[in-house]
Design a protein around this ligand. Structure first.
Ligand code: HEC
Length: 155
């Protein structure tokens, strides 16, 4: 899919305009008068150069795109893992799918800048909330944070 759209866009964006392609074709038709061995040699060279350039462009494009794909796949894996940690440990007080009954803090109110406060409250507990230090790993706490952020009021 990506390679198809990329192929057409590279022709559309970087290929010569139709008029010059037409001129190029006429020029090549004119070359028929040239000695046959010379023409064959130059054509073979020309085609292999294009194939290599195209393959190189594809490799460069794949390399450019892959970190983006990996990052978002990692994020959604983290969010999913965080949902499990939340359902197992937090939902009983903080509500199914983060929907608080009003008895406890609504975790969807946490903003991007509240990470330090979140880490501190979760690790050490707060009033009625037990501390999670020693029960949850740093990685699990990080996963819950990503799950909460993905569902927050203010992204
Ligand atoms: C036993 C019930 C209970 C469980 C289980 C629980 N909490 Fe809480 N949580 C509370 C209560 C009650 C508060 C409100 C504390 C206060 O401000 O007095 C709270 C507050 C919070 C706050 C806000 C603290 C702040 O800085 O104001 C965060 C963040 C939080 N909980 C995260 C979690 C996470 C993450 C989990 C699961 C790992 C969890 N809680 C599990 C009861 C619970």
């Amino acid at each position: 899919m990506a390679s198809i759209s990329c192929q057409s866009s590279s022709i559309g964006l970087f290929g010569p305009p139709a008029a010059s392609r037409e001129a190029d074709r006429r020029q090549r038709v004119g070359n028929i008068d040239m000695p046959i061995p010379a023409k064959n040699a130059s054509q073979t060279k020309d085609v292999s150069w294009r194939v290599r350039a195209y393959a190189g462009a594809m490799v460069a494009l794949a390399a450019a795109l892959s970190p983006v794909t990996t990052a978002s796949a990692q994020d959604s894996a983290k969010i999913e893992a965080g949902e499990n940690v939340f359902n197992t440990n937090c939902a009983v007080c903080h509500g199914d799918q983060l929907v608080s009954t009003g008895q406890t803090f609504d975790l969807r109110r946490l903003k991007d800048g509240d990470r330090a406060r979140f880490d501190n409250s979760v690790r050490n507990g707060k009033n009625q909330m037990p501390p999670w230090k020693g029960k949850l790993t740093d990685e699990e706490i990080d996963q819950v944070w990503h799950y909460i952020r993905a569902n927050a009021y203010q992204k």
